[in-house]
Unconditional design. Structure first.
Length: 192
């Protein structure tokens, strides 16, 4: 049974699509006026059907409620936008990643920078590194410091700022002491 057939389905996070040609001009203001957190994808105007035909341009929307709401309540809002039937989602993080097709390399890659948060939706929170990601990045950092003889923390941080935002995040928020110790060890080794 689909969500639209089961009007009693409830959820906090919902998605739907907005088409430029059918949405009211002030569709964003309609959503803003709800005071709900919501996320807007870049305009998907380069998506392709399996037959190679370009899909109709559209935006993916994530709508987040503070508590569970049923489909009927969400549909009242999406009807104002002339949007197709909303769907409850299990992973808001997965949906926001999908907005740029990050995990779908076969699809056109949209810029994460073009994903917009509204009414307090924090886009960066959807891209926070997992413990596994942080460990892998830390291994890259240690290898880089060792192989390149990095012996100054400020030089390393400037490299991160200019080249690797993910390394910078790990360097200042997760493993500052370990990275400092590694740089000190390289400095001491080079001093001898």
């Amino acid at each position: 049974m689909s969500d639209i057939e089961n009007k009693n389905v409830k959820g906090r996070d919902w998605t739907f699509i907005v088409y430029p040609e059918s949405a009211p001009k002030a569709w964003r203001e309609i959503l803003d006026d709800t005071h709900l957190r919501w996320v807007e994808s870049p305009l998907h105007d380069r998506d392709v059907n399996p037959d190679g035909e370009i899909k109709k341009a559209h935006w993916h929307i994530l709508l987040s409620y503070d508590g569970p709401v049923n489909l009927v309540a969400v549909k009242k809002l999406t009807d104002k936008l002339n949007a197709p039937n909303p769907q409850k989602i299990s992973s808001s993080k997965g949906l926001v990643r999908y907005m740029a097709h990050l995990d779908n390399p076969e699809k056109f890659q949209y810029s994460v920078a073009d994903i917009k948060g509204h009414n307090g939706a924090d886009i960066a929170a959807y891209f926070e590194l997992t413990a596994t990601n942080k460990l892998a990045i830390m291994k890259e950092i240690v290898r880089y410091i060792y192989e390149n003889g990095v012996d100054n923390y400020s030089d390393f941080l400037m490299f991160c700022i200019e080249n690797r935002d993910d390394w910078f995040d790990v360097a200042i928020n997760s493993n500052t002491i370990a990275i400092n110790k590694m740089i000190d060890a390289v400095w001491q080794k080079n001093k001898k």
